[in-house]
Design a protein around this ligand. Structure first.
Ligand SMILES: [Zn+2]
Length: 361
């Protein structure tokens, strides 16, 4: 049996987030292509105060030539003027907007998103949405000060995600607008998406490996700050239900939301949890982790897994899955999971896997 390579729809490299430069780069991703079968990625490009979207995309396209795989571009503009957007949009791009992160200048209100859908009606460029209702986040952040890593889960509760997902689904259906909801982390949000999909085949969604395999208990570890990401890890009940919903076929794909920081940068959180840069690595671990913890445990078949991490994401990015051919190898002894090639630390470092993807063509 041969399989295609891995297509990771959700990756962050080559940017600065919360003042910290991301730890992986095109060099490390070229190695993930060579050794982990990472045939293609969807990469985020965020317009900043210092650099406009158009030159930044051009610069990142140039740098990406070092990577032998395929790259699709998820663009976050600061200015939603359609005339400006037309200049950067191409067949290998879509748009990503955030319903939170006011301090970082990324926040879009639901009214902004409604206007965007109206303005872009003739283009119908797919919209990716980070769904956490900023009002709910503000309310809970006020209630729970950020003193220890586990407070993050209280400050950004499931309620925030559910509220934003509900509003975005309504807008997408109202405007017949193609919508992809990124990193769904809780079952109630997934169920709302399942309902909406019944009447709108232009709605898709993803979850990430960490919401399927980890729960918020990790935040209580002595190194809890290193597991911090947004949306945060959820309860064990939610995690278990997320796996069941994955089995039911609610998610179109599983991505890594790879966002690796150096140990030094992440460890700012030892003294100041609130200042920890949010995100964990995972792109190089997507196949091995899910093969070990979902397929080997009888929760998914390899066919289902490759639909989630190869065929479906490749199809959403317009990539051909015929190029690379791989075989799944079961190793005699388990190897440590390699999520990232940079000097990072994250939960996956403590995981082991019996599975490897070996290139045959
Ligand atoms: Zn992300």
């Amino acid at each position: 049996m041969t399989y295609p390579g891995i297509f990771d729809f959700h990756v962050h490299i080559g940017e600065t987030i919360a003042g910290h430069e991301l730890a992986d780069d095109w060099h490390s991703f070229s190695r993930l292509y060579e050794h982990q079968g990472l045939e293609g990625i969807g990469l985020f490009v965020t317009e900043s105060e210092k650099e406009e979207l158009e030159p930044k995309l051009e610069r990142m396209r140039e740098a990406a030539k070092a990577y032998p795989g395929k790259v699709f571009w998820h663009l976050t503009p600061r200015n939603l003027d359609p005339r400006k957007l037309e200049k950067v949009l191409a067949p290998d791009t879509d748009i990503k907007l955030y319903t939170t992160y006011r301090e970082a200048g990324l926040f879009c209100s639901f009214t902004d998103i409604k206007r965007f859908m109206k303005d872009m009606h003739s283009h119908k460029t797919r919209l990716l949405a980070h769904c956490e209702d900023d009002k709910v986040v503000a309310e809970f952040s006020e209630r729970y000060p950020f003193i220890k890593p586990s407070d993050h889960a209280l400050r950004r509760p499931e309620k925030a995600e559910i509220s934003a997902v509900e509003k975005l689904l309504d807008l997408a259906i109202q405007h017949h607008y193609p919508l992809h909801i990124v990193h769904v982390s809780c079952p109630k949000a997934a169920l709302l998406i399942q309902e909406a999909k019944k009447e709108a085949d232009y709605i898709t969604c993803e979850t990430a490996a960490h919401y399927l395999l980890l729960n918020e208990e990790s935040l209580n570890d002595p190194q809890g700050h290193r597991w911090l990401c947004s949306p945060p890890l959820r309860s064990e009940t939610s995690r278990g239900q997320m796996v069941e919903l994955l089995q039911d076929g609610i998610f179109d794909l599983v991505a890594s939301d790879h966002c690796a920081f150096s140990c030094e940068d992440k460890d700012v959180g030892i003294l100041h949890p609130a200042k920890t840069p949010m995100g964990i690595a995972g792109s190089g671990a997507l196949f091995t982790l899910l093969a070990e913890h979902l397929v080997d445990k009888g929760k998914l078949s390899f066919e289902q897994l490759f639909r989630l991490i190869s065929f479906n994401p490749a199809s959403l990015m317009g990539f051909d899955t015929q190029k690379g051919k791989y075989q799944v190898e079961r190793l005699g002894a388990p190897n440590p999971v390699v999520p990232s090639l940079a000097e990072t630390h994250n939960p996956w470092m403590d995981f082991w896997s019996h599975f490897e993807l070996r290139r045959i063509i």
